[in-house]
Each structure stands twice: as structure tokens, then as C-alpha cells.
Design a protein around this ligand. Structure first.
Ligand SMILES: [Zn+2]
Length: 349
């Protein structure tokens, strides 16, 4: 009975997805694993509003071992990446320690000129780290006279919850002079986020946290005048201006994908609205995705099927449809020696 309900829910989910025009969703109905490869979007991504109340009631595997479908108590579903699988990735197993702010120690020269860093996709979300209803920035990234400020300061009363902005593994949760109580989370895309001056740390070293999970309470530990959250974003050890990623005027994520440029490593490279060429690149990737979806759709429409009748053989069917035994075998995932059943539906084109 339980299984039937689950099957129905999945079918309902597929139908719902089929109705959307999103090309990634179109591919979903064909059961292809690569459908969950994220597609770039020009539009900003809204923050989750914590706490997320619906709880998972069941989990279903997909073709991709990392991605699962979680059925929620409120009747909806979501894609979810299984931490047990994600944690096998190199990102969490190399240049990993529990004491340093930069375990990579890379030289500026070793960075690529440009890299696309995926922030969210169909199976991962984003959450603004502080209180969305009252965003109050007291200090921005960059040089303050002679001192390099590696993050952004968000005024938050002592005891206000602080949330993980993306899912990831806690690399550090401890007191460091200057930072005070700081939680450092490494994300699947290689970024790390720092949450400093906490009055209380709730996540612990090596914990897996989901986006929007409460990881501590704001405070003024370490070098801080007044209670605030010092929020830092690092790419392979280097701090970059968080405003390249988050729009602190409303708490939105600027894009699903962050286009990293070597210039971002420069403390003087503060946020400025993105240049036209960058928009163009993202639009181009979007267009490629659309064409791919069209190609798949055309392929699906062109498909022809034949129902096996008594006395049929693969060679007879192949001749009839001007194709080869090999081609039919490939399309139906069978071998030339497979026994045909009367009434069996074979794809011939
Ligand atoms: Zn700060």
C-alpha cells in the first residue's frame, strides 16, 4: 500500500514537472541522470525562509546515486543530495583541516582566469545567513584604512539565529582570536563560508548542515564592537567580496552561478554590477541548454514503435523499417539473441 502511494506521488510529480517549460525538467521525465546538471539563470534566487517546516516522509533513489527525491509531509517533494555520497567527493577529502582559515595555501598565479562556480541547482538551495526581515550592513568588504576586511558585517542582536547559506560540511567550529566563535562550512562547489563573532555555536566540526539550518547565534565574541555577524566567502582559501554572490539590499542570491574571475582575489575588487559580456556568457549557456532540450524533444517525437506479432524476427522487422538488427537492439537495450514476445513493444526508429 505504502509503495503504491509513493508510486502515485512520483507519477504526480512527473506530470507536474512535465507541465513546466523548463528544459531541465523536460529531461527529467526521460529519467536521464544529467537532467540535474544545473542550468544557468539570469534571474536572482530567493532565500529560503527558515525554519523550513515540512519534514521528509520518504526518500526515493534516482539514476544518479547522489540525488534522491524526498517526499515531504506537506505533500510536496524536493530533490536532495545525499551527504553520504557528496562527502566522497574530492572537495571534502583534500586540503581539509580543522584549524586553519586557508588550508589550500595556493598562489595567486595558480588560479584560473575564469571559473564557473555553481551556487544552487535543482537539488541544492540557498538561505540568507541572517534575519531577512531586517538587513542592516555595518561594514563592507575591502580595505578599512590599512586593514583588509575579508567579509561583510551584518548587524544582528545578540542571540539572533544564524543560518548556513548553502549545504556543506563544517570544517571548523571554534574560537579564533579576531573571529571569536567562528563556524566555517565548506560547500560542494569549493566555496567556504565563515560565520564569525557568534555568541553560541550550534553546529560542530565535521557536521553536515543543510542550507537554512541554524548553526549558531549572533554575538560579539572576538574583535567586535557591538553584536554582528561577520560573513565571509572564500574561494580556495581566498576571501572575495560576498556582494558578488549575495545582493544585500534584499537577501537574494544574485545568480545560480557565480562567474569567478582572477580579479576577485584582489581586495580592491569590490562589487560592481556585472558587465555585459558576463550576461552574454550566461545567456549563451542558457541557449545551448534550450537547443539540447529541443533536440531531445525532436528525438522523442521521431520515435517509432512496432508491436511484435507471431512469427516475427528481428531481421524481418529490421528490413521492414529500413534499419538494422543492431540499431533496434541498441534502442531497446536487448541483444540479437533476445527472444521476442508476441505483443512486445519495440522501438524501431
Ligand atoms: Zn567583519
Amino acid at each position: 500500500m505504502r509503495k503504491t502511494i509513493v508510486t502515485l506521488l512520483v507519477l504526480a510529480a512527473c506530470v507536474q514537472v512535465w507541465g513546466q517549460t523548463d528544459s531541465a525538467a523536460l529531461r527529467l521525465t526521460r529519467g536521464r541522470a544529467e537532467l540535474l546538471v544545473p542550468r544557468p539563470a539570469l534571474h536572482p534566487v530567493k532565500s529560503l525562509i527558515p525554519p523550513v517546516s515540512a519534514v521528509g516522509v520518504d526518500t526515493i533513489a534516482t539514476e544518479n546515486p547522489v540525488v534522491k527525491i524526498v517526499l515531504l509531509s506537506d505533500g510536496t517533494y524536493k530533490y536532495w543530495k545525499d551527504p553520504a555520497e557528496v562527502l566522497k567527493e574530492d572537495t571534502f577529502n583534500t586540503f581539509w583541516d580543522n584549524y586553519g582559515s586557508d588550508p589550500y595555501r595556493r598562489s595567486w598565479e595558480s588560479f584560473p582566469e575564469k571559473a564557473y562556480v555553481w551556487l544552487v541547482d535543482d537539488a541544492s538551495q540557498y538561505c540568507y545567513p541572517g534575519d531577512l526581515s531586517r538587513i542592516d550592513i555595518s561594514s563592507r568588504y575591502g580595505y578599512r584604512r590599512t586593514r583588509y576586511h575579508r567579509g561583510i558585517d551584518i548587524r544582528l542582536p545578540k542571540g539572533t539565529p544564524v543560518y548556513a547559506s548553502f549545504a556543506g560540511k563544517v570544517r571548523m567550529a571554534k574560537y579564533i582570536s579576531g573571529y571569536g566563535n567562528v563556524v566555517v562550512i565548506r560547500h560542494e562547489n569549493g566555496l567556504e563560508t565563515f560565520y564569525a563573532h557568534l555568541s553560541k555555536m550550534e553546529a560542530q566540526r565535521d557536521d553536515w548542515v543543510e542550507a537554512g539550518q541554524e548553526i549558531g547565534l549572533a554575538g560579539a565574541t572576538g574583535r567586535a564592537s557591538g553584536s554582528h555577524l561577520h560573513y565571509e566567502v572564500r574561494y580556495l582559501g581566498y576571501a572575495i567580496d560576498p556582494e558578488w554572490i549575495i545582493d544585500f539590499s534584499n537577501g537574494d542570491l544574485r545568480h545560480q552561478v557565480f562567474t569567478f574571475k582572477k580579479q576577485h582575489l584582489d581586495p580592491n575588487f569590490k562589487f560592481e554590477p556585472e558587465s555585459d559580456d558576463e550576461e552574454e556568457l550566461i545567456a549563451l549557456a542558457d541557449e545551448e541548454d534550450r537547443l539540447e532540450a529541443e533536440r531531445l524533444e525532436a528525438e522523442r517525437k521521431a520515435a517509432q514503435y512496432y508491436t511484435v506479432k507471431s512469427g516475427d524476427t528481428l531481421s524481418r522487422i529490421a528490413v521492414r523499417y529500413h534499419t538494422t538488427i543492431n540499431a533496434i537492439c541498441k534502442l531497446n537495450n536487448i541483444t540479437a539473441k533476445s527472444t521476442l514476445r508476441v505483443g512486445q513493444r519495440l522501438r524501431v526508429k
